[in-house]
Design a protein around this ligand. Structure first.
Ligand code: FES
Length: 316
């Protein structure tokens, strides 16, 4: 009898926790589906197209590559957003601590100023993305713009002695910044913006030398695409006879480099114009911030071409 009562209780608990789990999973699913749906909002394209042209048209020169993060080897934007987010979160903490009005206002101002370079780097990255990423990115940028506006209002009202209104605007700004940050996370980790798309190449290949064809398979001055296991390669034979081999999918967003323009010892990606040096895969121009994996090449006495990627086969 005791066993039966205990079993019944357990069954009720299990069934109720199962219902809770199913409900939670449904809520999670709905949330993610809503975020994913942003990438399919084609109505945004009427804004995206001219905006993209404007951002691309700003004469930033080499500063554009700096804003992409090329000198540090990964996107600069995530690093820069630490300044406004840190300042604004700190201001929110001070807003609930008595006697810290002046410090809180300074932090709000620091956040607004720090948001300027963060936004600039975000916009130049945004203009070189796929359509679905730009749609989500536009909503992300709108949230952040709203946060900047609210925080600017907060700073002004705090300065005029209307502290309660300044705090209210600050907390509203933090909500918008948090929403924007969450969308930024979705862009980075779900839609894979900013990650080095060539990073997996060395894990997909086995170490050592691999044959890729004979010298005559690679006409001088012509980009040839070859498959090595799961990895596509770009093979290019220079007029002098030297053969260069790079991973073929661009480290930015996987553009096909074998369709790119080759000039001055470099290949230009046909999708967003990143430029990589053929001799060592170094990226000479963004938006890519990571180099292309570059293969060592050996031609044996029978004219067979072998390649090997330093570090290949490493799965750790
Ligand atoms: S895919 Fe964007 S530059 Fe190559």
């Amino acid at each position: 009898m005791r066993l039966s009562a205990g079993y019944t209780k357990f069954a009720v608990l299990a069934s109720s926790s199962g219902r809770v789990n199913v409900a939670a999973a449904r809520t999670e699913g709905l949330f993610l589906r809503s975020l994913d749906a942003l990438g399919r909002l084609e109505k945004l394209d009427v804004v995206i197209s001219p905006l993209r042209g404007m951002v691309r048209g700003v004469p930033l020169g080499r500063c554009r590559d700096v804003l992409h993060g090329l000198p540090i080897g990964h996107p600069l934007h995530p690093a820069l957003v630490q300044v406004p987010m840190g300042a604004w979160i700190s201001a929110a903490v001070l807003d609930v601590v008595p006697g810290t009005r002046r410090s809180a206002r300074i932090l709000v101002g620091v956040g607004v100023l720090g948001a300027v370079p963060a936004a600039l780097s975000g916009w130049v990255d945004w203009a070189e993305q796929h359509e679905d990423q730009m749609r989500t990115g536009l909503v992300h940028a709108t949230s952040i713009a709203a946060a900047i506006g609210l925080y600017t209002g907060s700073w002004v009202h705090r300065g005029r002695g209307r502290t309660a209104l300044g705090k209210a605007l600050g907390f509203a700004g933090l909500c918008m910044a948090g929403t924007g940050g969450m969308l930024g996370g979705h862009l980075a980790y779900r839609q894979a913006v900013g990650a080095n798309k060539a990073a997996e190449v060395r894990r997909l290949l086995e170490e050592g030398w691999h044959p890729v064809g004979r010298v005559e398979d690679f006409p001088v001055g012509e980009a040839v695409r070859r498959e090595l296991g799961e990895v596509p390669l770009l093979v290019f034979r220079q007029p002098g006879g030297r053969i260069h081999v790079l991973a073929e999918r661009c480290s930015h967003l996987s553009g096909p480099l074998s369709d790119g323009k080759i000039a001055d010892g470099c290949v230009e990606c046909p999708w967003h114009g990143s430029v990589f040096r053929l001799s060592d895969g170094a990226n000479v121009r963004g938006p890519a911030t990571a180099p292309q994996p570059s293969f060592q090449v050996n031609v044996d006495s029978d004219g067979n071409v072998h390649v090997q990627l330093p570090g290949a086969g490493c799965t750790t």
